[in-house]
Every structure is written in structure tokens, then in C-alpha cells.
Design a protein around this ligand. Structure first.
Ligand code: ADE
Ligand code: ZN
Length: 347
């Protein structure tokens, strides 16, 4: 099931597009379309390992998370200037707006830029320009989540957080949280306990990828050691009934990404994805796009693919969209204001 299947059910695609949705799990670098990679490479005089956009797209055949991460980090090397970060972010926000996203919480891999000597001030400035433009011109609100790379040492993340803190006041309307991403296996949450204790003490909202390729134990670790408020992915939670019961009881949002899981081999087939089963058991499931330019679809494509593969009803799709707003870091007041402007359909 791919994005192309929106043609198979255009009425459902329109229904999903019209639902007010929050995107809670998207990596800005994963929205970088091949056309923009080529444009920025040309502008910044960087030679790519691929001859054409088509060549690059053909390389997007992943076998697991690491095989994706290798291409993803190589692709973002074309990002050099504030203008690049602004254009990438603006392209995503326009696309999200067209998909009916009313609020986006966008992750950025700070270290993937600082390790290439791009200062966070450049990254934040470019993203913020686009995020403010989206607020003013599209009525689309957005927040920034600084995500740390779990395959690097905790001290490297702490240094990066320290560098970013110099920007905190300037971007206080956008930068609300911290996250944890990259190669999961062998990099358990408890490696980052000090980082999260520090970030939480500073008032940041906390999320972490867990249970994507890693075991249910990593989800438990993210909740107990890192004290996160949301789990990014969380597919593995069903292997631990006690953990699942807690996730349901505490209504911990799971930011699931079906097309990502399909393309990275977390599931062999979308019909095996547990998003619907978890939702029907009472979990706070949300649907998101993760790295849409690499995985063949933006948020509507993900909703639609899941709806078709898992026979999600319209009422269930509304429930998932409602979960995305209640699971966001928006204040109750901001959420209510959004809902007044974008009411849910009554099913
Ligand atoms: N970084 C970007 N996409 C990711 C994913 N799906 N899992 C872990 N780290 C990521
Ligand atoms: Zn992710």
C-alpha cells in the first residue's frame, strides 16, 4: 500500500485531508525532497553521489533503520545556509497545510548539523523564519523539538543542548521540547538519563523514539528513566502486556508512522501493523509521517494507507486526529482556539 493508493479511494482521501490534524512525529531533514537536495547541492557547490533526482530516488530501497539512516544523513549534508533551512521547512509546512495539518511539532537532529560545523543558530534561524511565515500566512502553528542522536555519547548531546540553550529565549515561542532518535538497537534510553533530567529541569517537554526496531523494554526505559510524555513509534509495546496496559491507562500518546514502518521492515505488510489493534484496545494512537520524502508519503498518505490496510472506520480516523491534538504540546487554550476554527465532523 503506497501513497498512490489515494487514487483508489478519493472520497476517503478528501475526508482525511479535511480532518484537522496535528503532526507529532516528523523529522525536518526527512522532508527534504530529492529535488531540493539537488537544488541545494548546486547552490552550495556540493557534488552528489547520484547523477539525477531519479537515481537518488532509486537508492531509497531500505532493508532496516540503519540502511535508511546512512542515506538520510548523506542527503542532509547539502544543508549549509539559513536559506536552505528556511526553504526546506517552508516546503514541508506548505505540504502539511495542504494535507490539513493545523499544528506540527517538528524534530530537528541538531548534532547532524553541528557535526558538519553548521551552527545551531543557522539551523534555528532558517526554520524559525519558515515557521513564523506558516503561522502568519497559513494559520499553521508549529513547535520545534531538538532531537538527539542516540548513537553518539550522552556528553555530545549535553554539549549540543548547552549550545542550543543560548538560543532559547530568542526561540521560546517555537522550541518546546527534546527528543531522541537515530539507531535504536544497542542505544537504550538509560544512556541518556542525565540529559533528560537536565532538559526536564529546564522545562522542556520530553519525547523519545522507542520500540521501533528496539524491544518493549526500551519503551519502558523511555517512560521510567527518561520520563517522556510521548513515545515516538512504540510498535513493540504489544509484546509486553503490563506495559501496554500502562500505556492505555496513562493515555501515553504513541506517534505511529505506518509507511515508515513498512519501508524500514518493522512490518512486512501494512495489514500486520498494530495501530488499529492498539487503538481498539484504548491506546492513544496517532498517525504521522516520520520522514515523508523517503518513505513515500506525507500524513494523509499515512492515514489513508492505514485506513485501507486496517479497515479503520471514519469514526476511528476522527479519533486518531483528535488524539493528535490532545497529544500535542499545545496549551488547552490554544487547542480550543484551533478547534473553533477547524471543527471535527460529526460521524
Ligand atoms: N531519524 C529520522 N527518522 C528516524 C526513524 N524512523 N527512527 C529513528 N531515527 C530517525
Ligand atoms: Zn522518527
Amino acid at each position: 500500500m503506497t501513497a498512490l493508493d489515494s487514487h483508489a479511494n478519493p472520497e476517503l482521501a478528501v475526508f482525511i485531508r479535511r480532518l484537522p490534524k496535528a503532526e507529532l512525529h516528523v523529522h525536518i531533514e526527512g522532508t527534504l525532497e530529492p529535488e531540493l537536495i539537488f537544488k541545494f547541492a548546486r547552490r552550495n557547490q556540493i557534488t552528489l553521489a547520484y547523477e539525477s533526482v531519479e537515481d537518488l530516488r532509486n537508492a531509497y530501497a531500505f532493508t532496516n533503520l540503519q540502511s535508511f539512516l546512512d542515506i538520510y544523513y548523506a542527503g542532509m549534508a547539502v544543508l549549509q545556509t539559513q536559506q536552505d533551512y528556511r526553504e526546506m521547512t517552508w516546503a514541508y509546512l506548505q505540504r502539511a497545510h495542504a494535507d490539513g495539518v493545523v499544528h506540527a511539532e517538528i524534530m530537528v537532529d541538531g548534532q547532524a548539523h553541528t557535526h558538519r560545523d553548521i551552527p545551531l543558530s543557522t539551523v534555528f534561524a532558517g526554520m524559525a523564519e519558515a515557521m513564523h511565515q506558516a503561522r502568519d500566512e497559513l494559520g499553521l502553528s508549529s513547535y520545534l523539538i531538538l532531537s538527539f542522536l542516540r548513537d553518539f555519547p550522552e556528553d555530545d548531546a549535553l554539549d549540543t543542548l548547552e549550545e542550543a540553550l543560548a538560543l532559547r529565549v530568542q526561540y521560546q515561542d517555537l522550541w518546546v521540547g527534546v527528543g531522541l532518535s537515530s539507531a535504536e538497537l544497542g542505544n537504550p534510553p538509560e544512556k541518556f538519563t542525565r540529559l533528560y533530567d537536565y532538559a526536564r529541569s529546564l522545562g522542556f517537554r520530553c519525547v523519545a523514539h522507542a520500540g521501533e526496531e528496539g524491544p518493549a523494554e526500551y519503551i519502558r526505559g523511555a517512560l521510567d528513566d527518561l520520563k517522556v510524555e510521548r513515545i515516538d513509534h512504540g510498535v513493540a509495546c504489544e509484546h509486553d502486556p503490563t506495559l501496554l496496559e500502562r500505556i492505555i491507562r496513562e493515555q501515553i500518546p504513541l506517534t505511529m508512522c505506518p509507511l515508515s514502518n513498512l519501508r524500514l521492515g518493522v512490518v512486512d505488510n501494512l495489514s500486520q501493523h498494530n495501530a488499529a489493534k492498539l487503538l481498539r484496545q484504548g491506546a492513544c494512537v496517532t498517525i504521522n509521517s516520520d520522514d515523508p520524502s523517503y518513505f513515500g508519503g506525507y500524513i494523509v498518505d499515512n492515514y489513508l494507507a492505514a485506513a485501507q490496510a486496517l479497515q479503520l472506520s471514519k469514526a476511528e480516523l476522527v479519533e486518531i486526529a483528535k488524539n493528535s491534538l490532545s497529544g500535542s504540546f499545545l496549551s488547552l487554550h490554544a487547542r480550543q482556539a484551533l478547534l473553533e476554527r477547524h471543527p471535527f465532523p460529526v460521524i
